[in-house]
Design a protein around this ligand. Structure first.
Ligand SMILES: C[S@@+](CC[C@H](N)C(=O)[O-])C[C@H]1O[C@@H](n2cnc3c(N)ncnc32)[C@H](O)[C@@H]1O
Length: 196
């Protein structure tokens, strides 16, 4: 049986460098880019090929990107060098203590869920820092997302996991209305940290 590293290396080895393009970033970032600061630091957690990281770097942020897959990190590093982007990408198995020594103006997580990390993510935000999160929900209109419920959000779960943050945006269309339009199979959350 493959380790998680091997599993993800196999998937990412099929990708091309153009998959690192910012155009492939999560909609929660793209649709709400006006909220981003024009400089500062950002973290792309479980970055994969790093389209979120390249999007943030093109917006002027100094980006740290972490992922368990060496293949993905190598591709992202190569893309960043080619396009002169301020991205430091590290192969790392993300755990509770992976980013406790750092603080970021922006953290983005897309299509990744480890519920144990929510407090560590909040801790890693600077005051006024923003969290952009988008991932799969249990309620789905198509069988496109992971089948393992551990990786799927319950209703409103991002609101619960990140309740200490001020909600700047939350979107979860669930199964309401026409399944062919709207945000289906995923939820989006943007939150801001305040120290008071
Ligand atoms: C579905 S991909 C999403 C990648 C990227 N965030 C995106 O939206 O395109 C999930 C990513 O999580 C990474 N991953 C899974 N478990 C991890 C762990 N424990 N530590 C670090 N990265 C992990 C995988 O290598 C993979 O790149």
């Amino acid at each position: 049986m493959k380790s998680p590293e091997q599993h993800w290396d196999t998937i990412h080895s099929k990708a091309s460098l153009t998959d690192c393009d910012p155009t492939h970033c999560a909609n929660v970032l793209n649709d709400n880019a006006f909220l981003l600061p024009s400089n500062g630091t950002a973290l792309d957690l479980a970055c994969g090929l790093g389209a979120n990281a390249t999007f943030l770097a093109t917006h002027g942020l100094a980006v740290t990107a972490l992922d368990i897959s060496k293949v993905a990190i190598n591709k992202l590093s190569q893309y960043a060098t080619q396009h002169t982007l301020n991205i430091k990408a590290y192969e790392q198995k993300i755990d509770l203590d992976s980013f406790t020594d750092f603080a970021f103006d922006v953290i983005v997580v897309s299509r990744f869920l480890d519920r144990r990390l929510s407090n560590a993510i909040i801790e890693a935000l600077k005051p006024d820092g923003l969290l952009f999160y988008q991932t799969f929900t249990k309620e789905k209109t198509a069988p496109t997302s992971p089948s393992n419920p551990d990786y799927l959000l319950n209703r409103n779960e991002l609101l619960t996991l990140f309740s200490p943050l001020q909600v700047i945006l939350y979107r979860e269309n669930g199964l309401v209305g026409s399944p062919y339009v709207g945000l289906r199979n995923q939820a989006q959350f943007i939150g801001q940290k305040h120290n008071n």
